[in-house]
Design a protein around this ligand. Structure first.
Ligand SMILES: NC(=O)c1ccc[n+]([C@@H]2O[C@H](COP(=O)([O-])OP(=O)(O)OC[C@H]3O[C@@H](n4cnc5c(N)ncnc54)[C@H](O)[C@@H]3O)[C@@H](O)[C@H]2O)c1
Length: 252
């Protein structure tokens, strides 16, 4: 028996590394999964992987900053699977490093639009479906950089801190509807996204130095396991929480 049997999950950014691993785990644990991403080929692949493993999935190509497109994707999910119980949000813009004064305004706007406003837009469309289903779980991916500062990433830090507080706000307002909301704060995870800003995984390990207490990066599957806990009834009294998954990176 799966830990998400009978649930329907809407997973944004599931063409990517962390949300892709999460969508596959949710599918393996019995959820019907709506895989959502702006990149069609990647999101199709994730849905195919879930189906190849015996699970139920559909792929939807959608930009989370487009209110109408998200509304339609949520409707398609409910039309296909009858309801919506779980939402995992992870879309993020890949920006270049700049200190604040050198950051182009358009870059700031793009990061905030995808990383923060996108989560607001998804939440505003999934919440009524969760109310109709008499409850649900929203899991927003923040970052350790929503907790501590990062060099030359002002927009990312601001957005991820915002995601953390957005989740708490949802948790407080919608507890009455049996809807829980939590943030996950991953430490550095071995993903292609990191390679967009760094020459190699080894260089990332070197740069983080003694803060990587296990002397390694995390794996997308290690974040997916935390998401599974938050999606399932195992976390029934967990809401408004900051789930830091960083092998003690921010602990000292
Ligand atoms: N990789 C890390 O070390 C790390 C650490 C902390 C937090 N995070 C967070 O985890 C989440 C997932 O990161 P990842 O490493 O898997 O990155 P990734 O680049 O593999 O995945 C991000 C996905 O978001 C999608 N996306 C981008 N813009 C979109 C939009 N407008 N609409 C819909 N989809 C869009 C991309 O197509 C991509 O598939 C992000 O929110 C990231 O900030 C990652």
């Amino acid at each position: 028996m799966g830990r998400l049997d009978g649930r329907v999950a809407f997973v944004t950014a599931s063409g990517g590394a962390i949300a892709g691993a999460t969508a596959r785990l949710f599918g393996a644990e019995g959820a019907a999964v709506c895989c959502v991403d702006i990149v069609e080929k990647n999101v199709n692949q994730t849905a195919e992987d879930i189906k190849a493993g015996g699970g139920k999935a559909i792929a939807l190509t959608c930009d989370v900053t487009d209110d109408d497109a998200v509304k339609n994707a949520v409707e398609q999910c409910v039309t296909e699977f009858g309801k919506l119980n779980v939402c995992f949000n992870a879309a993020a813009y890949s920006e270049k490093r700049h200190r604040l004064a050198e950051m182009p305004l358009e870059m700031w706007k793009s990061v905030i639009a995808v990383n923060l406003t996108g989560m607001f837009i998804v939440a505003r469309h999934v919440i009524p479906k969760m109310q109709a289903a008499k409850g649900g779980s929203i899991i927003n991916v923040s970052s350790i950089y929503g907790v501590v500062g990062a060099k030359e990433r002002p927009a990312y830090c601001a957005a991820k801190g915002g995601v953390r507080m957005l989740s708490k706000s949802i948790a407080v307002d919608y507890a009455v509807d049996n809807i829980r909301a939590n943030s996950i704060m991953p430490g550095p995870i071995e993903t292609p996204r990191l390679l967009a800003r760094n020459p190699s995984i080894e260089a990332v390990v070197e740069r983080h130095g003694t803060r990587l207490h296990q002397k390694r990066l995390g794996k997308p599957e290690e974040i997916a396991q935390t998401a599974l806990f938050l999606a399932s009834d195992d976390s029934s009294f967990t809401s408004g929480a900051d789930m830091v998954v960083d092998a003690a990176y921010t602990a000292f």
